[in-house]
Design a protein around this ligand. Sequence first.
Ligand SMILES: Cc1cc2nc3c(=O)[nH]c(=O)nc-3n(C[C@H](O)[C@H](O)[C@H](O)COP(=O)(O)OP(=O)(O)OC[C@H]3O[C@@H](n4cnc5c(N)ncnc54)[C@H](O)[C@@H]3O)c2cc1C
Ligand SMILES: O=C(O)[C@@H]1CCCCN1
Length: 388
Amino acid sequence: MSTKGEYDCIVIGAGVMGSFTAYQLAKNSKKTLLLEQFILPHTRGSSHGQTRIIRKAYDQDFYTHLMEECCELWAQLEEEAGVKLYRQTGLLVMGPETSQSYQLFKSTLQKNKVPMVVLTHDNFTQHIPHIKLAEGDGAVVDLTAGILYADRALKIVQRQFQKLGGVIRDKEMVVNIKPGPVVTVSTYAGVYQAKSVVITAGAWANRLLTPTGLHLPLEVVKINVCYWREKVPRSHGTNERFPCFILTEGKESKEHIYGVPSDEYPGLVKICYHMGSETDPDQRDRQTDRSDIDILQRYIVRCLPGLIPEPAVVESCMYTLTPDRHFVVDCHPSYSNIVIGAGFSGHGFKFGPVIGKLLCELSLGQVPSYDLSLFRITRFQAKPKSAL
Ligand SMILES: Cc1cc2nc3c(=O)[nH]c(=O)nc-3n(C[C@H](O)[C@H](O)[C@H](O)COP(=O)(O)OP(=O)(O)OC[C@H]3O[C@@H](n4cnc5c(N)ncnc54)[C@H](O)[C@@H]3O)c2cc1C
Ligand SMILES: O=C(O)[C@@H]1CCCCN1
């Protein structure tokens, strides 16, 4: 098949990471092609849905630091496009007062001087009447946190990319990548060439990496995205000061339980479990495990008495998990002009703008703006069970 086009860079996968990478490349005047296997927009990956949490509250400084610039980049995009993508709600973090995880969240906020409030058992109900704080739990609110309008953000960043001259070809699944000084990318529709390639293929990352001789230790899980009906309409929305929340661990489980106010679907509050069961990304809907929903039901009965403890809507999404839950943002170990953004482990969306900037820098051979040690591929090699 003859070559259909030559580009400075080809980005594979038009989720949040690929879309922001393509946008950054186009901003740097690079001739860029963004390839997507499905017709856009779609709901088969990890970036769909109306909302995502954005927060500075983390259990590690590095993410809080990244968020400083990232918030500015989100605001710039809002201004450039004239569209609102963020709504401040605050994020309530709860967890056993003595647990390491809860203490790390709290100290990271304090150390980094993030505007915050520590709540006590005495004043908790006055501030957040919807939730019962468990005995022995601490509570702290990251006041800077809120909601990102995810679907809208994706549409906007893709639109801005196109306005800058970028090309999106959807319904074009990449079937092969041939490394070299000029990389050759084959889809069912044609063959393209570029000086560099960025792979941001979400749950399909390893499938694309196989022809390049690399396999990352990624686990793909299906997440049941559950919405719970308010007993009293309009009681758990942002107007009623219901915040986003994370329970770091609790009686029901060791994994986070998290929630988003009911503005997304009127009357329905999104409350999910931060883990799911393993799936093949192409067989996602055959994974029917609902044990996470049992955990959520027990929590809602105990701590959210204003919600009906039966999910009203269940949608699906996927996480691509690394063993340590840190991202992969790095060059391919054998080919420096193939760059990988993967393993966003269920917490990547908020970082889209800054990850896009970093992947763009790596693909242009520039020194990245941050020390990316935490996100390097070599960290997996030290682990005896690593697939590398
Ligand atoms: C239920 C849920 C809740 C979440 N909540 C939050 C949150 O509150 N805050 C937050 O910050 N993050 C959150 N996340 C995580 C965040 O959404 C993900 O980290 C992020 O969307 C990952 O984006 P991605 O671009 O890596 O993957 P994707 O969005 O999956 O994009 C990858 C794209 O590559 C395409 N592709 C794959 N293979 C090929 C191929 N061969 N050829 C062409 N295209 C290909 C796919 O079709 C897909 O469109 C959540 C995730 C889920 C599932
Ligand atoms: O990235 C986030 O902010 C959320 C936290 C809770 C789990 C899902 N992801």
